[in-house]
Design a protein around this ligand. Structure first.
Ligand SMILES: NC(=O)c1ccc[n+]([C@@H]2O[C@H](COP(=O)([O-])OP(=O)(O)OC[C@H]3O[C@@H](n4cnc5c(N)ncnc54)[C@H](O)[C@@H]3O)[C@@H](O)[C@H]2O)c1
Length: 441
């Protein structure tokens, strides 16, 4: 047994999953976990549940399941809670979202009906299109943070949890740049007391989580923990964090395809991406301020993968456009089109067209599962718990968080290698470099 294996604390007791935002993604995730626990479905799309990891040489034939290699929480030990500005319980919210069929939802109805949202920290300046009654009241943002801390403590006690993880599945908030108020913990706390307008609701949840030593993952493109004050708190309180923006439909395809084009030194003159979707997320993104946050997240991907500064003849000045259009008839079943103008030998142009009829929440739910399990693992792992940002989880995000002096890695295949090598590293196994010369000695 490798020595570092003993150092990861075991996953004993219940793991509470706390979710701001009980909408399409989170209810699809919760309903799915319950169905999987009852043997009604398979955890398709989840690397932690279905994936394997190769250890040692190819000739060793050691490829255990990841969930057997790492001491992850067992699905039977997960309990769920959350906040929303709408009073719907998880069954009602899932029915409203229309991701899962009514006949399927019936099977998990009693379980879902039992999960009722706690009153939310909400500010319409950050999400213009929503209005709900299940909202906390307080004299200032500091008091709101204390209320969330009390919610966390109560949930932990009532559900007899040994550990908690928080994951933001709330709506995309309006775009804000980091400012002075986000620069240190002291300034941030002063800002909470002064009701500073640049402290978003998502930051209040994250602040409360870190104060309670609870790790926090960010599924939306909002800044949230990606500011110095909250990163400082994350490190100080050994509450790891990761984000931003789940990498699902169109951006997933982009980060699969673009590395392939670059690997073969094929040029790119333009990439036009457009989407139609009709769920509540689409409605929120119909507001230009929320769309701006999403656009920033979606646009950065190609620049980082293609590296035009290193390959000016292939990628300088390529035109990249991303549109999202709210189209109610489609609900959660998004359609994403990509028109890609590439060029090859002697500059001859070619085109690639993608029409991805995807299901947003079906793609996002297994990501939520993996993230909560891996963040919980990070908090139990000496090498990871005090470093704040968990860059090895970039694999799951459109805008991966990194330390400020690093550029993010967007290439899905490099991200996967980073993820698996981190898993090997924390268990004292050898890194896999894919060199392979040793087989020819
Ligand atoms: N589904 C995907 O593929 C995908 C991919 C990347 C990112 N995301 C992001 O994940 C998030 C959730 O997506 P969804 O499809 O479930 O959206 P949704 O609109 O169905 O659910 C979001 C929920 O958050 C609630 N909410 C908003 N602000 C809140 C607050 N301050 N506190 C508590 N609750 C709040 C809303 O009332 C709503 O019920 C969105 O930000 C979306 O952009 C989704």
């Amino acid at each position: 047994m490798p020595s570092s294996q003993a150092q990861i604390a075991p996953a004993e007791g219940k793991l509470g999953i706390l979710i701001p935002g009980l909408g399409a993604v989170s209810t699809t995730f919760i309903a799915g976990v319950e169905a999987i626990r009852r043997g009604l479905a398979q955890p398709i799309g989840s690397l932690t549940q279905m994936g394997t990891i190769r250890l040692g040489k190819r000739t060793d034939k050691r490829s255990p399941l990841i969930k057997e290699f790492l001491p992850l929480a067992d699905l039977n030990d997960l309990v769920f809670g959350g906040w929303d500005l709408y009073e719907d319980d998880c069954y009602q919210a899932a029915s409203h979202a229309e991701v899962l069929e009514a006949s399927f939802l019936e099977k998990v109805k009693p379980f879902l009906s039992g999960i009722k949202p706690m009153p939310a920290v909400f500010d319409q300046n950050y999400v213009k299109r929503l209005e709900g009654k299940n909202v906390k009241k307080a004299a200032n943002k500091w008091e709101l943070a204390q209320q969330v801390r009390a919610d966390i403590q109560r949930f932990k006690k009532e559900n007899n949890c040994s550990r908690l993880v928080m994951i933001w599945c709330g709506s995309t908030e309006a775009f804000r740049k980091p400012g002075e108020v986000h620069s240190t913990v002291e300034k941030f706390e002063e800002g909470l007391r002064q009701n500073h307008p640049d402290i978003a609701p998502s930051m209040i949840y994250a602040y409360a989580a870190f104060q309670e030593r609870v790790p926090y993952a960010n599924g939306a493109p909002n800044l949230t923990t990606d500011v110095p004050a909250l990163l400082e708190l994350s490190r100080k309180n050994s509450a790891p964090t990761c984000g931003k923006d789940f990498k699902t439909g169109q951006t997933l395809m982009k980060t699969i395809l673009a590395p392939g084009l670059k690997a073969r030194m094929l040029g790119l003159s333009g990439w036009f991406s457009t989407n139609i979707l009709g769920n509540r997320d689409g409605e929120v993104l119909d507001d230009p301020e929320s769309f701006k946050t999403k656009e920033e997240s979606k646009l950065s991907v190609l620049e980082h993968i293609l590296q035009p500064e290193l390959y000016p003849d292939l990628y300088k000045n390529f035109y990249h456009k991303v549109r999202i259009n709210y189209y109610p008839p489609r609900g959660d079943n998004k359609e994403g089109w990509d028109n890609i103008d590439i060029f090859g030998w002697l500059g001859y142009p070619m085109q690639i067209k993608i029409d991805f009829l995807c299901r947003d929440s079906i793609l996002a739910a297994p990501i939520v599962l993996d993230l909560v399990l891996l963040l919980d693992l990070a908090q139990r792992t000496p090498a990871l718990k005090d470093i704040g940002v968990q860059e090895w989880l970039s694999f799951y995000f459109k805008s991966p968080m990194t330390n400020p002096n690093l550029y993010p890695e967007h290439d899905l295949f490099i991200q996967l290698m980073k993820l698996k090598n981190t898993m090997r590293h924390i268990r004292g196994e050898e890194m896999i470099t894919h060199l392979g010369l040793e087989y020819y000695d």
